[in-house]
Design a protein around this ligand. Structure first.
Ligand code: 6PG
Length: 479
């Protein structure tokens, strides 16, 4: 009998192709399938010498090429194309076989698909894969959901091809059904927040100091040798140092300033709204992309008055880059704290038992938000699994304490010069909101009770109360 494949990949656009190659390079025999045959032929022709591939040119041939339990990785566009591929393969599979969706699916779709396939005795694993094309080939961060049983067969393969940090794989079983895609969604939300904060740092350094993109690239390079050491800071320095060949101008100045999005950041915020988790840093990052893309609105508003943008001078100018570094680090802690709170809340809502320390650990390598800082995040959750917020944990608490003056002065400078810094501002406002002894929410409760008899609770007594606002003596009664 001819050799069978331990895993199959269907959908051989660049992500699927690179995952398949990564698996083959690690010694696994990989069955290949694609809707149009040419992609399959191309892969074998170009990369066939990298490992053992079994090309298949029909769904049945693909399924027949697999060892049992069969493990099929689907790498196609999220939404209807994923459902179409599942519908094509599910009838050909048998009890115990595993279908993996490695695309950026919405976790609610993954829950639906998992439930439907479970009824048929099949395992459905929604898995986050982060790291882009290069990651898929050389070692991504992998976030599989689905049943424990499916992870028993799939886990070793995925751990094998994932990125490694200190010899540990950047892959772990996240939790049942949609947990993997949920965590990947929040990863992307954090990615948006991280990118926005970095972009604001650039804008502030340019606006307040008058530095060129190339000079700011040097600042980022320096930051990348310290606690901000991360993939996103590293590539930011490269982008800023890049000169457009056609014009000789800084690359960043010839790119249209309208940031696009495929939707995972938006999903993060939509889900957070449903869960009641204030992920303001991620929300501002999504809104900042929307504002940037509102071309007509921006054109109509361009003449609106604002302050003069005279660059900083003297001591303020000298310390500004260091101030921004501290403000960036503190705001980044806030963004991650919010994201982890969302994972906590999602876990509680959907009955997943997600180990936050393990999530931070597998984000240390391979993924887009990989950063040195995640060592400390994983240590913080490992030391205190029920940690209410990263902000109160040892080193992070100390970092925000040390950042106080810088953080406030950076936000104040942004406001004074009229440089939009929604990420920095919202992070600081969130921080001040969390630590406040009393919030004006008490007044909001009073307003709600006034116009709608919505009732309020008292600080000194149990129960709900309503005040008869319309009567002259305003009697209060338990509601
Ligand atoms: C990753 C990325 C990836 C995402 C892109 C583009 O983890 O490898 O998050 O999944 O699709 O970053 O996202 P936007 O187009 O929404 O910016």
């Amino acid at each position: 009998m001819s050799k069978k494949a331990s895993i199959g990949v269907t959908g051989l656009a660049v992500m699927g192709r690179n995952l398949a190659r990564n698996l083959a390079r690690h010694g696994h025999t990989v069955a290949l399938h694609n809707r149009s045959e040419q992609r399959t032929r191309d892969l074998v022709e170009q990369f066939g010498d990298e490992g053992d591939f079994i090309p298949a040119y029909s769904a049945q041939e693909f399924v027949d090429a697999l060892e049992r339990p069969r493990q099929i990785v689907i790498m196609v566009k999220a939404g209807a194309p994923t459902d179409a591929v599942i519908d094509e393969f599910a009838p050909l599979l048998e009890k115990g076989d595993v279908i993996v969706d490695a695309g950026n699916a919405h976790f609610a779709d993954t829950r639906r698909r998992e439930a439907a396939l479970r009824e048929r005795g099949l395992h459905f694993v929604g898995t986050g894969v982060s790291g882009g094309e290069e990651g898929a080939l050389h070692g991504p961060s992998i976030m599989p959901g689905g049943s424990k049983e499916s992870y028993e067969s799939l886990g070793p393969l995925f751990e094998d091809i994932s990125a490694k940090v200190d010899g540990e794989p950047c892959c772990t079983h996240i939790g049942p059904d949609g947990a993997g895609h949920f965590v990947k969604m929040v990863h992307n939300g954090i990615e948006y927040a991280d990118m926005q904060l970095i972009a604001e740092s650039f804008d502030l350094l340019r606006g307040a100091l008058g530095h060129s993109p190339a000079q700011i690239a040097d600042v980022f390079r320096t930051w990348n040798t310290g606690r901000l050491d991360s993939y996103l800071i590293e590539i930011t320095a490269e982008v800023l140092a890049h000169t457009d060949a056609a014009t000789g101008k800084p690359f960043v100045d010839i790119v249209t300033d309208q940031a696009e999005q495929k939707g995972t950041g938006r999903w993060t915020v939509q889900t957070a709204l449903d869960l009641g988790v204030p992920v303001s840093g991620i929300a501002e990052a999504v809104f900042a992309r929307s504002l940037s893309g509102s071309a007509d609105l921006r054109a109509a508003s361009r003449g609106l008055p604002g302050p003069s943008r005279a660059p900083l001078t003297g001591a303020a100018a000298e310390s500004f880059a260091d101030d921004v570094e501290r403000a960036l680090y503190a705001s980044k802690i806030v963004a991650y704290a919010q994201g982890f709170n969302q994972i906590q809340a999602g876990g509680a809502e959907f009955g997943w038992d997600i180990d936050l320390g393990a999530v931070a650990k597998i984000w240390r390598g391979g993924c887009i938000i990989r950063a040195k800082f995640l060592d400390d995040v994983s240590a913080a959750f490992a030391a205190e699994p029920g940690l209410p917020t990263l902000l109160t944990s040892g080193d992070f608490r100390k970092a925000v304490e040390d950042a106080q003056d810088s953080w406030r002065s950076v936000v104040a400078t942004a406001v004074r010069l009229g440089i939009p810094a929604p990420g920095f501002s919202t992070a600081l406002a969130y921080y001040d909101g969390l630590r406040a002894e009393r919030l004006p929410a008490a007044l909001v409760q009073g307003q709600r009770d006034f116009f709608g008899a919505h009732t309020y609770r008292r600080v000194d007594r149990e129960g709900s109360f309503h005040t008869a606002w319309a009567t002259s003596d305003r009697p209060e009664s338990p509601a």
